[in-house]
Write a protein that binds this ligand. Structure first.
Ligand code: AMP
Ligand code: ZN
Length: 141
């Protein structure tokens, strides 16, 4: 897609630190390096975010994650963990609108990555949670 920075990287119109490429995906270093080895995996097909994947594209793209994760682990045996993050839409911190998955190696609790999961356990009734689950379940197609 024109004017998409990640499409330009795939087409080698702008440089990147390539890690892996096949007919479906491209993996390269994130220029921001939240932690050393921070990598992005992108589908070669331009899709904006998770809501735009069809089943086949999702299979092709997300199936590559373990391969890249294992490569990072082998390259940095000292890592203690790996966060896999996919931001969708601006409110959820997406800044590049060609869907991508972050693989962020974790070294220590003090490295430069963190995530906050609010914990609201006990704040909804069983009925409310059942209703919520059913509401989503009805939409699964
Ligand atoms: P997000 O905020 O989830 O949309 O992530 C976009 C990521 O793309 C950020 O972590 C940026 O550091 C990274 N990024 C932006 N431009 C480039 C580029 N030219 N090469 C590599 N990574 C990039
Ligand atoms: Zn694109």
């Amino acid at each position: 897609m024109e004017n998409c920075i990640f499409c330009k990287i795939i087409n080698q119109e702008i440089p990147s630190y390539k890690i892996y490429e096949d007919e479906d995906v491209y993996a390269f270093l994130d220029i921001g390096q939240a932690t050393p080895g921070h990598t992005l995996l992108i589908p070669k097909t331009h899709v904006t975010d998770i809501f735009s994947y069809d089943h086949a594209l999702a299979e092709k793209t997300f199936a590559r994650l373990p391969k890249i994760a294992r490569a990072i682990e082998a390259a940095f045996p000292e890592i203690e963990g790996l966060n896999i993050v996919n931001n969708n839409k601006e409110l959820a911190y997406q800044t590049v609108f060609h869907s991508h998955v972050h693989l962020i190696p974790r070294y220590t609790k003090e490295d430069d990555f963190s995530m906050h999961f609010g914990n609201h356990i006990g704040q909804q009734t069983t009925e409310e949670l059942t209703e919520m689950a059913e509401k989503i379940a009805k939409q699964v197609k």
